[in-house]
Structures are given as C-alpha cells and as structure tokens.
Design a protein around this ligand. Structure first.
Ligand SMILES: CC(C)(COP(=O)(O)OP(=O)(O)OC[C@H]1O[C@@H](n2cnc3c(N)ncnc32)[C@H](O)[C@@H]1OP(=O)(O)O)[C@@H](O)C(=O)NCCC(=O)NCCS
Length: 170
C-alpha cells in the first residue's frame, strides 16, 4: 500500500494535538496500556509540553495532512537500573490507518532515535496478553521474546505482560 502519512518527531508546539490523541487512545483502549485516562487527564498543559522536550524521551507522530493520527515513543526503561535499556510505548494508530504498515514505519523512527542515543544496549517493548496487533508489530521488526511478568493493569485485573527486546548493534 502507498505510504501516505507524514511521520516526524513531535515538538513543544504539537502539545495540544499530542494531548488530545494520547487521551483519546487511553479512553478508547483502557485495557492495553500501563497508564490510564484517569491518571493522564490530570496533567497540566505545561506537563504535556515538557514531555515533548524531555531529554530521556522522544515522541513521534504520524499526520494525515495536519491531523495527528498515530503516536509512538521511546524512553528510558525504568525497570533496568543500569540505564542501558530503552523502552517503546504510547503505541496508537487511528483505526482507519491500521494494518497499512504505516504504524510499523512510525515505530522505526523511535528505534532509530533510541539507537542514536549511544547509551542503550537494547530496546524493550511489551504487550498485554491477547494484544495480537501490538505483538504483530514487534515481531515484524525483529524483536525477540524474553520474559513474562504478571502486572496489575489500570482497568483492574492482573494479567500477563509479555516482554520483547531488540539488541542494538554498535
Ligand atoms: C497496535 C497498533 C498501533 C498496530 O497498528 P497497525 O496499524 O496494525 O500496525 P501495522 O499496519 O504497521 O501492522 C504491522 C503488521 O501487523 C499485522 N497485524 C496488525 N494487527 C494484527 C492482528 N490483530 N493480528 C495479526 N496481525 C496483525 C499487520 O497486518 C502487519 O503485518 P503484515 O504487513 O505482515 O501484513 C494498533 O492496532 C492500535 O492502535 N491498537 C490499539 C492500541 C494498542 O493496542 N496499542 C498498543 C499497546 S501495547
């Protein structure tokens, strides 16, 4: 399929579109994220802006003309105290643009950013049990499974979280 979406890093000026799509993703898919609409809807405008200028995180967006329709981010994985693991998250694509490979190309930008930081040995990503769409993307990009963790999810239940890694070759 022809690639039709513009993909780029988001900056401070993009904060309102970023906030709106992130909150929409959390509200419309309450079972797939480690965060929740209830938590993130409390963020101030400045907090949303600061995320887009963080030195330890980079958010990328896919645009259909001027409308933000996809999100993906890379950031320090706090579960690795050595600081040598990046993590990918905030994955969301508006339904009409799904299954077109556009999202996989957006994730490639987050991988390129993490690789260019020269401080990470690997990139980690995870999905809740049953999230086959998320798994399909990481498998397509060559991630390898390395662990399962039982997590308490914001919508209530404890369920398995499957983790995958991509080694960064220097
Ligand atoms: C996860 C998400 C961003 C993936 O977007 P997407 O548009 O399907 O991604 P892509 O088009 O790049 O898909 C990559 C591959 O996975 C395949 N795929 C997507 N969903 C699939 C599914 N449910 N089952 C099997 N394969 C699937 C695609 O067909 C494509 O494979 P192919 O090129 O070999 O045919 C999207 O489904 C989404 O926003 N889901 C809701 C939020 C969410 O779950 N976020 C992730 C939290 S961990």
């Amino acid at each position: 399929m022809t690639q039709e979406l513009l993909k780029r890093s988001l900056g401070r000026d993009d904060w309102e579109e970023f906030r709106n799509l992130r909150l929409h993703a959390l509200k419309s898919h309450p079972s797939v994220y480690g965060s929740s609409y209830a938590r993130e809807s409390l963020r101030s405008d400045v907090e949303w802006q600061d995320i887009l200028e963080s030195k330890t995180m980079r958010v990328f967006g896919a645009f259909n003309d001027k409308a933000l329709v996809g999100l993906a981010a890379a950031y320090d994985w706090l579960s690795d105290e050595t600081g040598k693991s990046a993590c990918l998250g905030m994955w969301y694509m508006t339904p009409e643009f799904r299954k077109s490979s556009e999202f996989t190309d957006l994730v490639k930008l987050t991988i390129a950013w993490a690789s260019a930081q020269n401080k990470y040995d690997r990139i980690v990503v995870s999905h809740r049990e049953g999230n086959e769409s998320s798994k399909a993307v990481n498998q397509r990009l060559g991630f390898e499974y390395f662990m399962t963790r039982a997590d308490r999810w914001p919508d209530g239940p404890t369920a398995d979280n499957y983790f995958y890694e991509l080694r960064i070759t220097k």
